[in-house]
Design a protein around this ligand. Structure first.
Ligand code: MGD
Ligand code: MGD
Ligand code: SF4
Ligand code: MO
Length: 822
């Protein structure tokens, strides 16, 4: 190959939420080679093995290149874009007219690397009057979000790089990462005699194998283990009294509950020897610095919200917050879910309300001067502020949807809002994934009638795939936007082909770093595959058909945009005062007007101007420390320009360890550590149910383990997995010996939800009674005339009934199952 023929471009890996910076060698339409981007401020050149063959995402027969419409016989016919969008618009507006916009449900809007589409979908939701929304976070993180909301009103993460003790609960970062440069860090910690790793996992995961303290809990029994660990800290007085006195409220109540815990009794239930529990707790209680990370192993298992709550206690009670090597709250470029997840009262404003207040003040400064020249009438009225203030407020409300949902959603993000049919708790604006089919397969008058799905594959990823498919078919309209003809697409009325993440500007909102938080706007690497369209353009075309914003308004804003950003900002404010109904359409308006000032291929990034303004308003000091200064709209403009012009990630906020307290959404900046409902659950643990296996289903199946080559369903080509192509079922030798099944055999795996033929891998990683299937397998891939599929789709085996009592999240890691020889 002639190296001169190659072009080199920077982008990011789209296979997990780390989104490591990568440099691609492009050979025509293909990605010839990938290496880590050393200039990326978060990943600094690191990638794992998964990124190397991203060409299998970008190129292949799975890509769709024309809108498709389902026919009466269940086949799909390609139709042109205009016909597709005309028909879809007519159906959406028809459903809104007949049943109300709130019956149009939106799901998805961003996989591991693409969140710009969802930022734009906000406008379509608003125009349709759609009120209900969800995504994959509502089958993993909503319980933790609810707890976070109650405790301190924000998202926490740890400074793993500098921690003395790293605690992973139901988390295997060796494979799943979730923080930058995970593997080099884990290796270094394992070697360092000063540092320790505590891993809570029923399995000897790759991470557990490196741990100093592996607490090999029985599957689904974490509640008893963590309660016992917290009890050791409390009973052996390993807590940080000073920190508790200075920074928390409610400790007495917490102390009483954990003082009463029978540690030996709980050790027996969870299957971990008491001495091991005590020694791990003592290591945590005496360390200089501790970080804790919980993930799916407990979030998708029994008592998950309760466990999320107790998982916070080891670092809070020992004062491991707000110092190097400890836990922190952080800024966000765009919050992922709707505002404060919980705990907001009249006295404690939600994060969104705080942002709004600060943003109003900023916008007033900016708007006053501009408004005076643009709107002489305003200047003549007594007190310019009285004119600018409402318009500034309107600007902020206009941009508020960028913070994850219309303001009314955010204000009740603490779970006060309920779903229309089953009354399930809505956390962070998200409907529990397990409830979705129930909100459809009913004759309830408020049932959903239509579903819009973007960048997601719920017919594969949600529990009980069969029921989800039935729900899709029961709706009056389903539209899927995806790059591939997925399991979900196969059940939709319309499938709209999206340009890939390397064919348009894209970004992720998984920006969780501290003290230097990073945002990366990736530039297109390839021309869009002919026949595909970037999501912002899809949304804009529908909104144009709906006449969502009148032409005169758009023209004024276009003129202002071409004049300059201050003029645009001021005009935007003034118009939103005059026409408050356009407020939630901000992303569309930005695309249609401000977007015209951007190079055509970058137009989809227009929404980020609004996001940059909101980010600057929400975090004025941290954004200034990152170098974006000035008055009014200037910091937001500078931030937008830097992101827009940069070829790699950009540090958008710089903090110091003492400013971390500003992210605590409490007036008194204290953690409120009592959650009454959950403390009551702790009290009841001694007699609570701890097993759901039966004679019929004696094993616990973890349906969806992260392995070396899995990445949800983002890469569909089975050739990607060179080893373990079929994603074997991992089992302990004892569990199969009595069935006469050996390593390499095929066997039948049966649950109450279904059955599947699996390949058996006898593995020392598994403890008796616990078996594990990888996630992301069993996807269809076009192969000549037909399709091939390797491995088992885990949710053909799961049911939606087994779910958390608080958050409604599924028990994917705890599926009662049995094995049969074939
Ligand atoms: N390679 C790869 N990496 C990924 C992804 C991927 O698909 N592939 N997906 C990304 C996504 S979307 C996510 S959310 C993260 C998830 O990342 P992780 O949560 O780390 O992934 P899992 O392997 O699903 O589960 C973690 C561990 O939980 C353990 N576990 C099972 N049952 C229990 C239990 O009852 N108690 C406890 N304590 N542990 C238990 C499993 O043995 C496993 O080692 O990974 C991200 N990274
Ligand atoms: N049994 C079981 N089920 C699970 C899990 C488990 O461990 N076990 N894990 C759960 C977890 S943690 C998660 S996060 C979910 C993930 O569940 P989903 O979010 O439903 O699944 P993904 O496979 O990440 O879906 C991403 C989709 O985006 C598409 N896509 C890629 N690029 C683009 C683009 O540029 N534009 C558009 N429009 N689409 C694009 C991909 O083709 C793919 O269909 O799965 C959950 N389901
Ligand atoms: S899969 Fe995750 S850790 Fe691996 S290169 Fe991609 S973003 Fe980085
Ligand atoms: Mo996830």
């Amino acid at each position: 190959m002639n190296p001169k023929a190659l072009t080199t471009k920077n982008s990011a890996c789209v296979l997990c939420e780390c989104n490591c910076g990568i440099t691609l060698d492009i050979d025509g339409g293909r990605i010839a080679k990938i290496r880590g981007d050393k200039s990326h401020p978060a990943s600094a050149g690191y990638t794992c093995e998964k990124a190397m063959r991203l060409d299998l995402y970008q190129n292949g027969p799975h890509r769709i290149s024309g809108p498709m419409k389902r026919q009466a016989d269940g086949t799909y016919a390609e139709i042109d874009w205009d016909t597709a969008l005309d028909e879809i618009t007519a159906k959406l507006t028809g459903i809104r007219h007949q049943y109300g916009g709130e019956t149009i449900f939106f799901y998805g809007g961003g996989g591991q690397g693409n969140h710009l589409g969802s930022a734009n979908a906000v406008a379509l939701r608003a125009a349709l009057g759609s009120k209900f929304y969800s995504n994959a976070l509502a089958q993993e993180k909503t319980g933790e979000m609810w707890v976070d909301g109650k405790l301190y009103g924000g998202h926490t993460k740890g400074d793993f790089e500098n921690a003395e003790v790293l605690v992973f609960i139901g988390k295997n970062p060796w494979q799943s990462h979730s923080f930058p440069r995970a593997r080099p860090l884990l290796k270094a910690v394992a070697k360092d005699p000063e540092k320790s790793m505590v891993v809570v996992d029923p399995r000897v995961s790759e991470t557990a194998a490196l741990a100093d303290h592996h607490l090999q809990v029985k599957p689904g029994r974490d509640a008893w283990l963590i309660a016992a660990m917290v009890a050791v800290l409390v009973q052996e007085k390993l807590v940080d009294q000073q920190f508790i006195a200075d920074h928390t409220t409610g400790f007495e109540q917490v102390r009483t509950v954990f003082t009463n815990i029978d540690i030996p009794g709980f050790a027996a239930i969870c299957g971990v020897p008491e001495e091991k529990i005590r020694s791990a707790a003592r290591r945590i209680g005496t360390a200089r610095s501790v970080c804790v990370y919980e993930d799916l192993g407990t979030q998708q298992a029994p008592n998950s919200t309760l466990v999320s709550y107790m998982n916070k206690m080891p670092w809070i009670l020992t004062g491991n917050f707000g110092r190097p090597g400890t836990m922190f709250l952080h800024s966000s470029f765009v919050p992922l879910a709707g505002g404060g997840a919980g705990g907001a009262t009249k006295k404690t404003p939600t994060p969104l309300q705080r942002v709004q207040k600060r943003a109003v003040n900023k916008a007033i400064q900016a708007g006053a001067a501009a408004a005076a020249t643009l709107f002489p009438a305003a200047a003549r009225t007594p007190g310019l502020r009285s004119v600018v203030e409402p318009s500034a407020r309107a600007l902020v409300e206009t941009l508020a949807p960028l913070l994850g949902g219309p303001p009314q959603v955010s204000n009740s993000g603490g779970g006060a809002r309920r779903t229309p049919v089953t009354g399930a708790r809505i956390i962070g604006g998200l409907i529990p994934c397990n409830s979705i089919a129930e909100e459809i397969l009913t004759d309830h008058p408020k049932r959903f009638r239509a579903m819009w799905l973007d960048s997601t594959n719920p017919a594969h990823s949600l529990p009980d795939s069969k029921r989800f498919r039935a729900a899709m078919r029961a709706l009056d309209l389903t539209v899927v936007v995806d790059v591939a003809f997925t399991e979900t697409a196969r059940n939709a009325d319309y499938v709209l082909p999206a340009a890939s993440q390397f064919e348009k500007p894209e970004a992720t909102f998984f920006n969780f770093e501290f003290p230097h938080n990073v945002f990366h706007l990736r530039k297109p690497v390839f021309e869009p595959l002919p026949g595909t369209m970037a999501e912002p353009e899809i949304y804009a075309r529908i909104l144009r058909r709906m006449n969502a914003v009148d032409e005169a308004t758009l023209t004024k804003l276009r003129t202002a945009a071409h004049t300059g950003r201050d003029t645009f900002g001021a005009t935007f404010m003034a118009l939103s005062v005059a026409q408050p109904q356009i407020a939630n359409l901000a992303p569309y308006i930005l695309y249609e007007t401000f977007g015209e000032t951007l190079p055509e291929r970058m137009r989809g990034a227009a929404v980020l101007w609004g996001a940059a303004q909101m980010c600057a308003a929400a975090n004025p000091d941290a954004v200034a420390r990152a170098g974006f200064t000035g008055s009014g709209l200037a910091p937001g403009n500078a931030l937008f320009d830097k992101i827009f012009d940069s070829d790699t990630g950009v540090v958008f906020t710089s903090d110091t360890w003492d400013t971390v307290w500003n992210y605590v959404s409490r007036k008194d900046r204290r953690f409120t550590i009592v959650i009454d409902d959950l403390l009551e659950e702790v009290n009841n643990l001694a007699t609570a149910r701890s097993s759901w296996t039966t004679d019929e289903y004696p094993l616990v199946l973890a349906a969806g383990e992260r392995r070396s080559f899995t990445a949800n369903t983002i890469i569909r080509n089975p050739e990607w997995r060179r080893r373990d192509r079929d994603g074997a079922l991992r089992v302990n030798a004892d569990d199969v010996a009595m069935l006469g099944i050996s390593d390499g055999d095929r066997a039948r795996l049966v649950t109450s939800g279904g059955s599947a033929e699996v390949l058996i891998e006898v593995s020392d990683m598994m403890q008796r009674g616990n078996i594990a299937l990888p996630n992301g397998l069993g996807v269809d891939f076009p192969d000549g005339e037909g399709t091939v599929s390797a491995g088992v789709a885990p949710n053909e085996l799961t049911t939606a009934e087994l779910r958390d009592a608080f958050a409604g999240t599924p028990w994917h890691k705890y599926v009662p199952a049995r094995l049969e020889a074939i």
